[in-house]
Design a protein around this ligand. Structure first.
Ligand code: PAF
Length: 286
């Protein structure tokens, strides 16, 4: 049987090339869907490509490992990079164009602007990684303004990031629909993440407990257990399962991420915990 091989994916490296490709599609009445990524692609990213394909005529993925969202002690240098492999995966999922700008395109000499979103970006991830959302908001704003897509697709795996991006597009009147897509999981429930590649075999076994502990916490909340007791119990279960440390387990309002006292309002449970040098995050609707 002959194996199906996708045609090589066209790659744009400059804003001018990106814009002219999108303009040509728009002249043919095709809408554009944008999928911002940092590469090291997995099935979660490809599910975003498929979701974009269903709604938009022209699908563009971006690949830029954004230095502004990593603190100096974080994993920017060892973040997995494989542009050719990523391009093949994108082509096989039906992506039409890869935009892979260099650092000098995104942050030319003299670059001096930051986009800072208050409220929703200040707690949880924002507290643990104070530089993170400023870097994400700045690069996503740039990517959206460079491409001016009709819709942009982000995974709910990074739930707080999704809310930050929705907030900035509303506040800055960027004319784009932000589409949140469900988290894709391994068979044992571990949320797909580029950083799962860092896990040793032993850590990988422990990692799947994160999803189990969150499910158990949701059951306890639905059975009427108090929010703070459930948060504490879930943290203890993660530590007992073998997580090296727990940054937070938090039950929050699903729209604002403010603490909730009860389940009278739509809530989300979010967690971040470490396995050795690898930090995992996950979240679920309660
Ligand atoms: O979720 C990611 O991969 C990144 O934070 C993003 C949105 C591509 C910005 O660099």
């Amino acid at each position: 049987m002959r194996k199906h091989v996708s045609a090589p994916l066209p790659i744009a490296r400059t804003v001018a090339d990106l814009r002219s490709a999108i303009a040509a599609e728009r002249n043919n009445s095709r809408t554009t869907g944008l999928i911002p990524t940092m590469g090291a692609l997995h099935e979660g990213h490809l599910s975003l490509v498929r979701a974009a394909k269903q709604r938009c005529g022209f699908v563009v993925a971006t690949l830029f490992v954004n230095p502004k969202q990593f603190a100096p002690h974080e994993d920017f240098d060892r973040y997995p990079r494989n542009e050719a492999g990523d391009a093949d995966l994108l082509a096989s999922a039906g992506c039409d164009l890869l935009y892979a700008p260099g650092r000098s395109v995104m942050y030319p000499d003299g670059f001096a602007t930051s986009v800072l979103v208050s409220n929703v970006s200040t707690m949880l991830e924002g507290q643990m990684r104070p530089h993170f959302f400023g870097g994400v908001a700045t690069v996503v704003t740039k990517l959206l303004l460079q491409a001016l897509p009709d819709a942009a697709f982000f995974g709910e795996k990074d739930y707080q990031q999704l809310l930050v991006i929705r907030q900035l597009t509303r506040d800055l009147d960027i004319p784009v629909e932000i589409v949140g897509c469900p988290t894709v999981r391994e068979r044992d429930g571990l949320a797909l993440s580029s950083r799962n590649a860092y896990l040793s075999a032993a850590e990988r076994r422990v990692a799947s407990r994160l999803n189990v502990v969150l499910h158990d916490a949701i059951k306890a909340l639905r059975a009427g257990a108090p929010v703070d007791a459930v948060e504490g119990e879930a943290s203890r279960h993660l530590a007992a399962a073998g997580f090296t440390s727990v940054d937070y387990v938090a039950v929050r309002n699903a729209a604002t991420l403010q603490p909730v006292a009860s389940l009278a309002e739509p809530a989300r449970i979010l967690a971040a915990a470490w396995l050795g040098k690898t930090r995992l995050i996950d979240n679920m609707a309660v």
